[in-house]
Design a protein around this ligand. Structure first.
Ligand code: FE2
Length: 197
């Protein structure tokens, strides 16, 4: 039995960066619709007893389960996105900084690479920081696709579908990304994901 993700903060906590109107629509309408669609699609099927991650792996690349995959992956991606953000701005720990510097030379280069990957994603999709083997990498995926199906472990993600930023930033995806990367990334979530492997 899947449960709809509960935001770990109020919808107005990102005002100045993301408006409560954006969260009303993004969390309350878009994310909710993916969840409601998924629940309907798997009702009374074997998928109903599976975890979200299992449903995603089971439906990936199955032409008759394309809709299930799209909605399940979008639910996972949005759960992960909301957890990747925090209203309690805090610098990354020394451990995380040195781990990032190992693979990207500096925090600035890491942030630049993340922004550029997210900017270069053509159309709807996601930018992710993932662990692949021993290496932290920045990748992007289109539409609902996510790292779970690519043997990569997600650490944080940024939503670059237009619905994530259009109310507040119109077409300026770069401004949205600057604000998220500088002010809203939940470095503790990143580090916990890295350490839980
Ligand atoms: Fe979204």
């Amino acid at each position: 039995m899947l449960n709809f993700f509960q935001l770990p903060y109020e919808k107005n906590v990102f005002e100045g960066y993301l408006s409560s109107e954006t969260l009303d629509f993004h969390y309350g309408k878009h994310h909710r619709a993916y969840f409601d669609n998924l629940v309907k699609l798997i009702d009374k099927t074997d998928l109903e007893k599976m975890t979200l991650e299992e449903i995603i792996r089971e439906s990936f690349n199955q032409p008759n389960l394309k809709l299930v995959f799209n909605n399940a992956a979008q639910v996972f991606n949005h759960n992960f996105y909301w957890n990747s953000l925090t209203p309690n701005k805090k610098d990354p720990s020394d451990f995380l900084i040195s781990r990032i510097e190992k693979d990207f030379d500096s925090m600035d280069l890491f942030k630049e690479k993340l922004k550029n990957k997210a900017l270069a994603q053509f159309g709807s999709g996601w930018a992710w920081v993932v662990l692949e083997g021993e290496k932290i990498r920045v990748i992007s995926t289109s539409n609902a696709n996510n790292p779970l199906t690519q043997n990569q472990i997600p650490l944080i993600c940024l939503d670059v579908w237009e619905h994530a930023y259009y109310i507040d930033y119109r077409n300026k995806r770069g401004d949205y990304l600057d604000n998220l990367i500088e002010n809203l990334i939940n470095w503790d979530f990143f580090e916990n994901n890295l350490k839980s492997i």
